[in-house]
Design a protein around this ligand. Structure first.
Ligand code: NAD
Ligand code: UDP
Length: 312
């Protein structure tokens, strides 16, 4: 297959490119490096099967030659990033989605949208199945991300209905692993960096809010299984293991051997109180379930941050 990956120089996207190239696909990685980095794909750049195109997908773009699949991962994803780039986030979810859909339509390619558990907002159904419509503040600070992804889902579903484009939608729950940016502000990167630097671990609110953390290898495997299927989605991809932020902090302290103290900071506006995927659909239609527990996945992640932050 020849696969276009928008956002391919980002955290999840670069792992996606690795696995696709590794299995023999050709990959065209399209990224404007807003929150991604050349460093993430440097090891791929000499491969014949890999091409990097630096471009903003909010402007119409073309890829010469045949394309079998378009995976639209381009978007800031960390709350710190999307709050710093609110309009760019709305635009890549809207214009960027239309432009990548147009490419898939023109090429007769399969299209996969990377959506998010944030479409469920602060969920009052728990765990969240794909059939749950969500509880989202349409104009709060997080809406630039949540509503952009909800719009992107609507656009994707509409191309299927109106143009018969072969689309699908994956909804990622919190994913972590090597190549996250140390300063991207997400909880896993923050806690690990704070622990290995011996500075206080910043708990927002009282730390009783929950998240379910999926290791990036599991996320990528589930995504490619969905790409290879003919399922229209949406499909949740995440690890149902659910942790409070206090539990996550304690696990990070244990695994790093750090003596950092916990410090408490205000909870950001509209921060979801709980989040856990119902992954029955992924199991049934893709035969997918996560293989890596949080404890297991944190080990290589901590190793990566030690090298990145402490230089060895
Ligand atoms: P990331 O910020 O590391 O990667 C996003 C990539 O998109 C970056 O390389 C960035 O430069 C690129 N990009 C942004 N705007 C662009 C534009 N206009 N044109 C071209 N490229 C652009 O984030 P990530 O964690 O790898 O997330 C990847 C995708 O998965 C995103 O769509 C995100 O919404 C989704 N997602 C991720 C998570 C997670 O926990 N990591 C959870 C839910 C959904
Ligand atoms: N969080 C925290 N300390 C931090 C960063 C985040 O307690 O240093 C909390 C945040 O308030 C949220 C959870 O951790 O409740 C997950 O935040 P993240 O930004 O990783 O992702 P989200 O799931 O909110 O998109």
């Amino acid at each position: 297959m020849r696969v276009v990956v928008t956002g391919g120089a980002g955290f999840v996207g670069s792992h996606m490119c690795d696995v696709l190239v590794g299995r023999g696909d050709e990959v065209v990685c399209v990224d404007n490096l807003l929150t991604g980095a050349r460093r993430n794909i440097a090891h791929l750049e000499s491969a014949d099967a890999f091409e990097f195109v630096e471009t903003d997908v909010c402007e119409p773009f073309d890829v010469a030659g045949p394309v079998d699949a378009v995976m639209h991962l381009a978007s800031p994803a960390s709350p710190r990033d999307y709050l710093e780039h609110p309009i760019a986030t709305l635009r890549v979810g809207s214009d960027g989605t239309f432009n990548s859909l147009d490419l898939a339509r023109a090429k007769g390619a399969r299209y996969l949208l990377a959506s998010t558990s944030e479409v469920y907002g602060d969920p009052d159904v728990h765990p969240q199945p794909e059939t749950y419509w969500g509880n989202v503040n349409p104009n709060g600070p997080r809406s630039v991300y949540d509503e952009a992804k909800r719009f992107a889902e609507a656009a994707t579903a509409s191309y299927r209905r109106e143009f018969d484009t072969d689309t699908t939608i994956v909804r990622y729950f919190n994913t972590y692993g090597p190549r996250m940016r140390p300063e991207d502000g997400r909880v896993v990167s923050n806690f690990i960096v704070q622990a290995i630097q011996g500075v206080p671990i910043t708990i927002y609110g009282d730390g009783s809010q929950t998240r379910s953390f999926g290791y990036v290898d599991d996320t990528v495997r589930g995504t490619i299984a969905l790409l290879d299927s003919d399922h229209p989605g949406p499909v949740n991809i995440g690890n149902p293991g659910e942790f409070t932020m206090i539990e996550l902090a304690e696990l990070v302290l244990e695994l790093t051997g750090s003596t950092s103290e916990l410090t408490y900071e205000p909870l950001p506006a509209d921060d979801p109180t709980q989040r856990r995927p119902d992954i029955a659909v992924a199991g049934r239609v893709l035969g997918w379930s996560p293989a890596v527990s949080l404890r297991e996945g944190l080990v290589p992640t901590i190793e990566y941050f030690r090298e990145r932050v402490l230089g060895g």
